[in-house]
Design a protein. Structure first.
Length: 256
């Protein structure tokens, strides 16, 4: 099952376009891969060839071995992200839909995991393009499959993606329900994802005028190390904008 680092449309960054790596290796390396790819894509003849000749991608084949099918899915997913980086979203979506078809050819129990992953990728693709209703369609199908997996981080990110999609559709209550479950799970087993969940929840609290609660959520995260400098800066800025800079200063003085 692949999981992607949660997207947040509230970050004042080009964050949403690049933050969807594989969960299977528990890293965010794919985000860097797309970013680096953007920098040198004009000088890469191989990727230019793939861009100009999408027919080079293999079609779903029921006769492939499970390991070969999984390998094809992984490679095709990377190429889909490269097409997206080029701004060719239709080609990227076509590849992701083919990956869903490939996943359906796998035997049980690989099939459920691969289908859940493919649905999550499609939902996240539409989420990045602000197509919230389409994102919900795929992510809602991915959620029950994610609940069956043993990797809690998979479930956390699907839940957070659903929260973002419902928030985009102005369904704040449903968004918060998914988000609170994601936050609860991330506190237990995948704390590296917690700052992103909190960042979104702070926006919901601000909309309701619950500024003290929002500041408390931010301080609860900032007391611990936040690996991602961008999200740490964003949360600090939000704390200052809420008028709680004095609390941040006091916390800093106590740590000296």
């Amino acid at each position: 099952f692949t999981v992607m680092k949660p997207v947040s449309f509230f970050l004042g960054l080009s964050f949403a376009a690049f933050v969807y790596p594989f969960c299977s290796n528990k890293t965010f390396a794919q985000a860097d891969e797309i970013s680096n790819f953007n920098k040198d894509k004009k000088n890469n003849p191989h990727t230019n060839q793939l861009r100009d000749n999408p027919s080079t991608f293999p079609k779903p084949n029921k006769n492939l071995s499970p390991s070969k099918t999984l390998s094809t899915i992984a490679q095709s997913q990377k190429e889909a992200q490269k097409f997206e980086a080029f701004g060719e979203s239709k080609k990227a979506e076509s590849i992701l839909l083919s990956n869903l078809d490939r996943a359906k050819t796998l035997p049980y129990p690989l099939r459920e995991s691969a289908i859940g992953s493919a649905l999550n990728e499609l939902g996240s693709f539409h989420l990045r393009r602000l197509r919230f209703s389409k994102a919900i369609k795929y992510l809602e199908q991915s959620l029950p499959l994610a609940r069956k997996q043993n990797d809690v981080s998979c479930l956390v990110v699907v839940l957070s993606n659903l929260a973002e999609a419902y928030l985009g559709n102005a369904d704040v209550q449903t968004a918060e329900n998914f988000l609170l479950e994601a936050i609860s799970l991330s506190r237990i087993s995948c704390t590296d994802l917690l700052p992103y969940m909190v960042n979104t929840h702070v926006e919901i609290l601000k909309r309701r005028g619950e500024y003290n609660e929002a500041a408390g959520e931010i301080l609860g995260v900032l007391k611990f190390a936040v690996d991602d400098e961008d999200i740490a800066i964003e949360l600090t800025y939000k704390l200052l904008s809420l008028g709680f800079g004095n609390i941040l200063k006091s916390e800093s003085e106590l740590s000296l």
